[in-house]
Write a protein of this length. Sequence first.
Length: 183
Amino acid sequence: MKRIGLSVVLVSLVTLVGLNAQERKSGFRAGYLRSATEIEGTSGLSGFYVGFAHDRPIGQSKVLWVHGGTEYTQAGWSISDDTFNRLHYISLPTALKVKLGPVFIQGGLALNFKVAERVYVFGEDAKTDDNKSKIFNLPLHAGLGLMLGPVMVEARYNHGLLTVNNDAGNHVGYLQLGAGLLF
């Protein structure tokens, strides 16, 4: 009797793990990015993002999902075409996603790690130890999207909780508009 109970438990666990693995959706996402900061006299900077994404249901729910991924993101700000600060991040976003039919909303947090930075003033490289940005940022994000089969279109706004360098109030925010495929 003990063996039968253990066998039922093992078969149930394998079945649940298998169902959960079947429900998991993975793929990629990419798109346009427009970023800005709160520093007076600066304007937005255009860039792009590209990366991998995955969604996993919470338990047996078809409505609540955990969204995660890894992506390359450009952010920053500009004063003119030849005076700007462009930050290159590897981002690890995590969010709670609520799916209502083909529409979804999500909100979460990302860990952004700076992998490169370009600081140009009047077209000349001007990066110094005094003006370089911090290596880590922590943006909150919220978004809205639509799933059309495996195709996803979305808009997501990210607001940095940390200042990115020594300028007071220098929180970088960015809007992502993009698409992806999740299988």
